[in-house]
Design a protein around this ligand. Structure first.
Ligand SMILES: [Zn+2]
Length: 59
């Protein structure tokens, strides 16, 4: 189950070509390695299987 807050975070905080979070850079001019803490927060609230699927491309 994904609520609106989590969905919005996951839509904005995406992995950039350089491996950094594009959302953090665009919104806060902050360089954070992806997944950033906001992605971690959103995914940690979801079912374990969804988190695994979401992070599959990162590992
Ligand atoms: Zn981010």
């Amino acid at each position: 189950m994904i609520n609106e807050d989590e969905r919005r975070i996951l839509l904005v905080h995406l992995r950039g070509a350089d491996g950094m979070c594009t959302g953090c850079r665009a919104w806060w001019s902050r360089l954070a390695p992806y997944p950033c803490w906001q992605v971690e927060w959103a995914t940690s609230r979801q079912a374990r299987t969804i988190t695994d699927r979401f992070l599959e491309g990162v590992r």
